[in-house]
Design a protein around this ligand. Structure first.
Ligand code: SF4
Length: 461
């Protein structure tokens, strides 16, 4: 562990003098990474700067404006001049802590760097259009789920709830107002039309394409894209899809056949599927409204049985995961045993990641009283520790243990101000009372072990 961390750090540091040749604030992600939300016509280079609007007039003349907006070009110019675009403050904060701290900028520079990309930027004008190496694309917000911490911009079901019942005006965080943005329908969305105009050009250099949502398997453009790639192979492409895996089984069957065809016929280099699940049982269905675990597990089984491809579970560690996480860990061990075998060409098909959620505040685990809830976290950690074996793929790895240890330590040491805790707990009570009413759920029935905390929050609402 220590060694692999040291190697990664050394590799990243090796690129610092190279990219400093352009400027000490240069970030290749500004040129070569992009996330594009076609349903709202917005883009950003990475998750830290807020997304900004893609001007429709510019787009009509040049479809690459989906990524190469004037705003991004001006930010690139700032970087070329050694200035710091304000949207990238996250990285500047990390770097101000000292040379031992690795920002996302430094990390991305080391992974995106090739001599060709570097030379193009160095020798071309600041306002040149760039074909990015990595695109994350959302074709629309159509989604059959409305996970509590998601947003109407990314879920049509959530959008409909807000239209029917209005925003959550009783909370300070995550009101989910919908009157400040427009959602374009996929069928007559000018941003989707621009995407297809840009595709023949951008597909020439793209190496990673990640389709996100909404739910991609409910969107016609996803299926069209799979067919386009089949007709015009991209043997250097890694294709990723985020699916909620809660769609009708017939779609999963069709999807499994399509990715099998792409992979077996070498039309793409690799394929990875990502799916979100935060815990198991009724608590999981409570968090992700629309989730039916029977359907989800049947879809998972079909995909893993019919393909030899991996699945990554994105476990967003939030306040409602704290007491129940172990139930999901047990399932992961069960799936690892069932779906890994000696014939597969990868060591592990069932992967998981445990990033922790920080927003909205009522879902942040750090508003829980530590004395009552840290024991749950240490029990989960203990369960992982008891099942660690780097040489057995039906167990957990040391790296997974280390990653979860970071979440545990973070919760153990994070100390919010009294004011922030008060705000989070008051929103917790107001939010889940309203949520239960709108969605016909019952918080206390689902999380009886959180009764004391729930009552504590009720007293503040
Ligand atoms: S500098 Fe940091 S925040 Fe800005 S684009 Fe690069 S990685 Fe993202």
């Amino acid at each position: 562990m220590q060694n692999s961390q040291t190697n990664t750090k050394e590799r990243i540091q090796k690129f610092i003098p190279i990219t400093n040749e352009i400027s000490p604030t240069f970030c290749l992600a500004k040129w070569h990474h992009t996330t594009i939300y076609l349903q709202t016509g917005e883009t950003h280079s990475c998750y830290h700067p807020p997304p900004h609007s893609i001007p429709l007039l510019d787009l009509l003349k040049n479809p690459s404006t989906l990524h190469n907006t004037n705003q991004k070009k001006l930010e690139r110019l700032e970087m070329l001049n050694g200035d710091k675009p304000s949207g990238c403050q996250y990285c500047w904060n990390i770097e101000s802590l000292g040379q031992d701290y690795i920002s996302d900028r430094l990390e991305r520079n080391s992974t995106i760097y090739t001599q060709e990309r570097f030379d193009q930027i160095k020798n071309g004008g600041w306002d040149q259009d760039i074909n990015p190496q990595y695109i994350e694309i959302s074709f629309g917000n159509e989604c059959n789920f409305k996970c509590g911490y998601c947003h109407p911009k990314h879920s049509s079901s959530y959008y409909k709830e807000i239209k029917d019942y209005g925003p959550y005006t009783m909370v300070k965080n995550h009101r989910n107002d919908i009157d400040w943005f427009t959602i374009y329908e996929e069928e007559d969305n000018p941003y989707v039309a621009a995407w297809w105009k840009w595709w023949p050009e951008v597909s020439k250099t793209l190496t990673i394409l990640r389709i996100t949502g909404g739910e991609p398997l409910l969107q016609a453009s996803t299926w069209r894209l799979l067919d386009e790639i089949f007709k015009n192979p991209m043997p250097d492409l890694e294709l990723n899809i985020n699916s909620n895996f809660g769609v009708k089984p017939i779609l999963i069957e069709r999807f499994s056949d399509k990715v099998n065809d792409l992979k077996k016929n070498k039309k793409i280099k690799d394929f990875k599927l990502f799916t979100s699940i935060d815990t198991w049982g009724h608590p999981a269905e409570y968090i992700r409204t629309g989730l039916d675990l029977d359907v989800w597990e049947r879809n998972l089984d079909h995909y893993l049985s019919k393909t030899d491809l991996p699945v990554t579970f994105m476990i967003t560690f939030n306040i409602l995961t704290v007491t129940n996480f172990q139930s999901l860990l047990v399932k992961i061990l069960e799936w690892r045993k069932k779906y890994n075998n000696d014939q597969q060409n990868r060591w592990q098909r069932l992967r998981f990641d445990t990033p922790y959620l920080k927003e909205p505040l009522q879902y942040d685990m750090n508003i829980l009283p530590k004395d009552e809830f840290m024991p749950y976290m240490y029990a989960h950690l203990n369960f992982i520790e008891q099942n660690v074996d780097d040489n057995d793929r039906s167990k957990f790895t040391n790296l997974e243990k280390e990653k979860f240890l970071r979440v545990v330590k973070y919760m153990d040491t994070a100390r919010y101000s009294g004011e922030k805790i008060f705000e989070g707990r008051r929103d917790f009570a107001n939010w889940f009372n309203e949520y239960d009413q709108r969605r016909g759920t019952d918080f206390l029935k689902t999380f009886p072990e959180m009764k004391n905390f729930y009552n504590l929050c009720q007293d503040l609402s």
